[in-house]
Design a protein around this ligand. Structure first.
Ligand code: ZN
Length: 342
């Protein structure tokens, strides 16, 4: 059943060794970027522990027994799972410990403590665990400190730093690396996201090892934003103001809530970095007949790429988007005009 797993075989091997030695943990913190397979890994792990025909030490599943069929259908009664709803910024505390008037009598922690219905244990997966507020995290703490016998909790987060230290210290951390390019490319094709190998490779280069990011990039609006940016950057002169308004207009078309827009904004600078990286690669293999001019051009390209990386940092530090973009395009234009020493 692990045959479809891509990129995390070493982690699987570590789990197998731990289970063989009887050293499984009650709580795990799966750490890694969105869309690289943490949730799939957690579900596979649960299926192995629920499978009626394999022992826990093997950490494998038959794929045919009642438990395996239920897991594949997403209906196993002993698998509990919560995640932040799309419309919410935080994971609601009600999902963890029940509504205010039923606190402690429903919710994930309560259900985890109940006797398993068909397996030998109950397993809970908390997706987007970094979006728990302090109250939710404190409510969960009690379960982490005194886990119900046999239970297992798996928390998923993009970063360990985003978790409260009290939660972090009570979970065994497992770090998941972004998917290697070959694995991600193969996955993009096998999931039917595209049948064009060149397109799959292009998506892979941009997606930074994340399947979710690759999926987002399939949006035609995002693609057209990329093309517009590339056209603008390909001109000898950049008009900072016009380019900024053009890009902002495309962002408007993409819509979404403020978090989504911020993510899209991140794409703008990443596309710019990609543009300069490609130019750099091309100029390092051509124009060898004029090495001096070529070296100067490469310096200019590197300087422009660095300005884009700075802009990405500014964005992360919550600088208003128009200000950030206009500043970036202005710098790029000055470098091209030779007004900035590089
Ligand atoms: Zn089975």
């Amino acid at each position: 059943m692990w045959e479809d797993l891509r990129g995390h075989h070493r982690t699987l091997e570590q789990f197998r060794q731990a289970f063989r030695r009887g050293r499984s943990a009650h709580a795990y913190l799966f750490i890694g970027p969105e869309g690289i397979g943490k949730r799939t890994f957690a579900l596979n792990l649960a299926q192995c522990l629920f499978c009626e025909r394999t022992s826990n030490e093997e950490l494998d599943a038959c794929g045919e027994c009642h438990a395996c069929v239920q897991m594949r259908a997403g209906s196993h009664p002993d698998l509990l799972s919560v995640a932040r709803p799309d419309s919410k910024r935080e994971l609601p505390i009600e999902l963890i410990v029940g509504a205010a008037d039923r606190r402690g009598r429903e919710g994930l922690c309560h259900e985890l403590a109940m006797r398993p219905m068909s397996a030998e244990r109950r397993i809970a997966i908390i997706d987007d665990a970094q979006t728990m507020n302090t109250a939710s995290a404190n409510a969960l703490l009690k379960t982490l400190e005194e886990p119900p016998p046999g239970s297992m909790l798996i928390l998923l987060t993009p970063s360990a730093d985003a978790m409260l230290p009290t939660i972090r210290s009570r979970c065994q951390p497992v770090t998941f690396a972004p998917l290697p390019d070959d694995d991600l490319s193969a996955l993009i094709i096998s999931l039917g996201m595209t049948s064009d190998r060149d397109e799959a490779r292009q998506l892979t280069t941009l997606a930074g090892g994340s399947l979710v990011t690759a999926q987002q990039l399939l949006k035609p609006e995002l693609r057209s934003l990329r093309e517009r940016l590339f056209t603008a950057l390909d001109q000898a002169e950049i008009d900072p103001f016009a380019t900024t308004s053009q890009v902002l207009a495309t962002l408007e078309e993409l819509g979404g809530d403020s978090a989504t827009q911020r993510r899209h904004a991140g794409w703008i600078v990443r596309f710019c970095v990609e543009f300069f990286r490609t130019q750099l690669r091309e100029s390092s293999v051509t124009d060898a007949d004029d090495p001096l001019a070529n070296a100067a051009e490469m310096d200019r390209l590197i300087a422009q790429m660095e300005r884009c990386v700075d802009a990405e940092l500014h964005l992360q530090q919550s600088m208003p988007l128009p200000l950030c973009l206009e500043g970036m395009f202005d710098e790029l234009s000055r470098i091209r005009r030779g007004n900035v020493a590089v």
